[in-house]
Design a protein around this ligand. Structure first.
Ligand SMILES: Nc1nc2c(c(=O)[nH]1)N[C@H]1C(S)=C(S)[C@@H](COP(=O)(O)OP(=O)(O)OC[C@H]3O[C@@H](n4cnc5c(N)ncnc54)[C@H](O)[C@@H]3O)O[C@H]1N2
Ligand code: MOO
Length: 652
């Protein structure tokens, strides 16, 4: 083979350019054709037109239960002049589907017949010719075209084929896809219990195989190959010798020292595209070797999935001769500002809910390695390359990953994070499988803002009024003027310091945070926990500047605990459950009340009704108590009814 100059990173293409190059190159490529049983042909694509072998029905048949007659005999029958017919010679009993006896051409429904004697019936209206009869060829006429070429076979199509006397059908072969995970750090999922630092469980392969299957193709997941050029090259050659229609190499797509995909494709064949202005998914490699399509999907799971969706999915359908199934888009209002780089189409995952008749799309975590951003997402918003993002409140197009009706069952909760929210979410699902509690963590104050702007159904909040020690009331008064809401206690919970196991720095109270040997990890401004900390610092007369790490912020209790477990910090303020989840120690500081703040116009909503039943149930209280660090004895208690101007009810 001719050797070419090495081009590792080609000029970045736009998504549209890359898609055009890719689909154009393989526009005439199809998988082979095979003939299969109709009974096994669901979701396959016809490779030739199909013509009926017989008519349907192939005989005149009764369409109703009753009596078959010659219509001419019945003319003149009426209420004043009933007509009697002899059973067996003039009228013949038939059931739906029975062939019509010779000499008959109509069926009288049994309900319209009056039995006189065993062998005689009476009718009081005439039958017209061919009434209640399914005539020969009414549905299909032998020889007629019943399905065109390149038709995706759905259940009714299979029925139609069988009815027309067809037993086998020519379809395109399911594309066969070789999936090659690469990476010296990868270990198979079966070894998940024996991970060393640096090991990564190979999970992309299974995700890719599942996506391949969703495109009606067959994926063969190969064993992991290490990041060695020769080893990968060998695997590629082996793949191409087999019968595969498409080769996917996962990871090694970017510019690192061990990123060989583009080089190998370039040496063995031709790189069509390396680098697309999309994010995640930017370093995708599109090429061909021996006329076969080869794709290098980036290693990060979100990047791999999105690049697959843009390039592999359409190709797999194209190889079967049809368009990919259409995506579903809806308009929604952005719930939180989305900033994005110019020059890249950024794919932002969002949760979606319908609040007061408009759909709200709340962005969730952005990282290309954050697989949970895909498991949680209801949709994807693309910030196109010429935009720097979206302001909150702006209307955007959302690609829905779930059916639109299911989004109407989402309860959109924005605000402070708490572990009991996860319990609530799973209890809601248990009570009513349609309800999904989707939450976005922006801190307590952020939750109130979202309620004010009509971007959430409910907020979770634990905002302390440092003047009188009350929770949430004064903040509702300040931020929710004109917005009627109700406050329901979710639970009381302990707040304290999350510290290393064994508390090696011997942190006892808030004064210890100012010690020179202690590094702290903080929560973001507006978080209830942050306000609590500042309150405790003020009480103790400690200047925030004297605390090392005070300016380092995280958005959730768990993120604070992770900062401690990883050694980045010695202490952070948070809830007991977060410390326990990571086997850290906990130094209690105080107990606080965490409330659900619910829009008044949601009060009678079924989802909220279900939620309220759950939070006041013994079962919920039991689960929450078992988490540790919570006092759920007053869960479900109404703490306040705010009509937008004043408290109709307020119970501290
Ligand atoms: N200097 C540069 N570095 C990077 C660039 C760049 O342009 N210049 N691009 C970044 C972007 S964007 C992406 S996306 C990634 C793509 O990386 P690779 O495709 O080269 O993949 P790796 O670096 O090998 O792996 C990334 C990450 O994914 C994990 N991984 C890989 N395979 C699997 C698998 N089968 N299952 C689970 N996880 C997998 C791997 O362990 C790494 O953690 O590059 C950036 N860097
Ligand atoms: O393009 Mo990478 O896929 O942004 O993270």
């Amino acid at each position: 083979m001719e050797r070419k100059a090495r081009k590792v990173y080609l000029r970045m293409k736009t998504l549209k350019e890359a898609q055009d190059i890719w689909t154009d190159r393989f526009k005439a490529t199809r998988t082979g054709i095979e003939e299969i049983e109709v009974t096994e042909a669901l979701n396959r694509v016809t490779a030739s037109p199909v013509f009926a072998r017989r008519s349907v029905p192939h005989y005149h048949g009764a369409a109703m239960d009753g009596y078959a007659v010659d219509a001419a005999l019945t003319f003149g029958a009426s209420d004043v002049k009933p007509l009697r017919l002899k059973v067996g010679s003039e009228a013949f009993p038939v059931d739906t589907g029975d062939p019509l006896p010779d000499g008959t051409n109509a069926v009288i429904m049994i309900e319209h017949v009056f039995p006189i004697k065993e062998d005689e019936i009476e009718i009081r209206s005439p039958a017209y010719p061919w009434q209640h009869v399914r005539k020969v060829g009414e549905d299909i006429v032998a020889g007629e075209l019943i399905l065109p070429e390149r038709h995706l076979l759905k259940p009714a199509d299979l029925a139609c084929l069988l009815a027309a006397g067809i037993k086998t059908v020519k379809v395109y072969r399911k594309p066969l896809v070789w999936i090659q995970p690469t990476g010296s750090e990868l270990v198979p999922p079966s070894k998940a219990d024996l991970l060393k630092p640096g090991d990564i469980i190979e999970f992309n392969g299974t995700m890719i195989k599942a996506m391949v299957e969703e495109c009606n193709a067959l994926g063969i997941l190969q064993e992991i190959v290490p990041d060695e050029k020769d080893a990968i090259s060998e695997a590629v050659k082996k793949a191409l010798k087999s019968e595969v229609d498409l080769l996917i190499i996962n990871a090694g797509s970017s510019a690192g020292s061990e990123d060989y995909t583009a080089q190998i494709v370039d040496e063995l064949g031709r790189v069509l595209v390396h680098g697309v202005t999309m994010m995640p998914g930017k370093p995708v490699v599109l090429g061909e070797i021996d006329g076969k399509p080869v794709v290098g999907l980036p290693g990060y799971p979100v990047s791999a999935l999105l690049a697959f969706d843009q390039f592999v999915r359409p190709l797999l359908w194209q190889l079967q001769g049809i368009w990919p199934p259409a995506k579903k888009y809806v308009d929604a209002v952005v719930g939180r500002k989305i900033a994005s780089k110019l020059g890249l189409d950024e794919f932002v995952r969002v949760i979606v809910g319908r609040v007061a008749d408009r759909l709200v799309a709340m962005p969730i975590q952005r990282g290309a390695g954050v697989i949970t951003s895909l498991t949680r997402a209801d949709g994807i918003v693309v910030v196109s390359q010429e935009k720097e993002g979206f302001r909150d409140g702006e209307t955007v197009k959302v690609e829905l990953l779930r059916p639109e009706y299911s989004v109407d069952w989402n309860l959109l909760m924005i605000g402070s994070h708490d572990n009991t929210i996860d319990v609530l979410a799973s209890e809601l699902k248990r009570a009513d499988s349609r309800i999904r509690l989707v939450s976005s963590n922006v801190g307590s104050l952020g939750g109130l803002m979202a309620l004010r702007r009509g971007l959430a159904h409910l907020a979770g909040s634990h905002l302390l009024n440092t003047a009188d020690g009350s929770y949430n009331f004064s903040y509702v008064e300040q931020y929710l003027k004109g917005i009627p809401v109700r406050l329901i206690e979710l639970a009381k919970r302990q707040q304290g310091f999350i510290v290393q196991k064994g508390n090696p720095k011997n942190i006892r109270d808030v004064k210890d945070l100012a010690r020179g040997d202690v590094t702290f990890i903080n929560r973001q401004g507006g978080a209830g926990t942050r306000i609590l900390l500042d309150y405790e610092l003020e009480k103790a007369g400690i200047q925030p500047e004297s605390i090392k790490g005070y300016d380092q912020e995280e958005y959730t209790h768990m993120a604070v605990a992770v900062a401690v477990v990883s050694g980045r910090a010695d202490a952070g303020m948070g809830i007991f459950a977060a410390a326990r989840a990571l086997e850290l120690d906990f130094v209690p500081v105080t107990e606080e009340r965490y409330d659900l703040i619910i829009r008044e116009d949601m009060w009678e909503d079924r989802k909220i009704r279900t939620l309220l039943d759950i939070v006041s149930s013994d079962r919920f209280r039991g689960i929450v108590r078992d988490l540790g660090g919570y006092d759920p004895s007053n869960s479900g208690t109404v703490r306040g009814i705010w009509n937008g101007t004043e408290w109709v009810e307020r119970r501290d």
